[in-house]
Design a protein around this ligand. Structure first.
Ligand code: AMP
Length: 145
């Protein structure tokens, strides 16, 4: 199926829809998930038009992984989770709800079950506080310039 640029992440990338951005470079954007499954849940998107793992170009895929590693390091430093889950869905049957490729970075905390996927939006002020912690941790991670 052809990429549909009416999806919400395409709107965010065009600057038409607000997002809580934590990192951006030429090829990728990292932003907080507005319905986080845990504190610090972040999404990494390629700026190129791609729906899933099957149509993303290899360079964009590599850039997403590079940004994912960088932001995961910052999240670990900011929130000290005991673990970190990376997740990426392809197709509605696999759980994909937004049809622009994205990687989930989901911090895991000891004895804290994950909240539901795409449930319970969090207050935007609280999200902004979390984003600020990640942005500040990013300044201390090598290769974040
Ligand atoms: P999925 O396509 O299943 O990987 O899920 C899409 C993810 O995007 C879900 O975790 C949603 O909570 C999240 N989400 C939906 N709309 C927004 C938005 N405007 N800003 C940030 N995250 C969003």
């Amino acid at each position: 199926m052809a990429y549909d640029d009416t999806n919400i992440f395409a709107g965010i990338l065009r600057g038409e829809i607000p997002a809580v951005r934590v990192y951006e470079d030429d090829r990728t954007l990292a932003m907080l998930d507005i319905m986080p499954q845990s504190v610090g849940h972040t999404l990494v998107l390629p700026k190129s038009a791609a729906e899933n793992i099957f149509d993303i170009d290899p360079d964009s895929a590599a850039s997403v992984i590079r940004t994912t590693r960088l932001v995961a390091c910052a999240i670990r430093s900011a929130f000290q989770p005991e673990g970190m889950l990376l997740q990426q869905f392809n197709g509605a049957v696999a759980g994909q709800t937004v049809f622009h490729f994205h990687m989930h970075i989901v911090p895991r905390y000891e004895n804290q079950p994950l909240r539901g996927h795409s449930h319970n939006a969090v207050d935007s002020e609280l999200l902004e506080q979390h984003a600020e912690k990640i942005r500040s941790a990013l300044t201390l991670i090598p290769d974040s310039s």
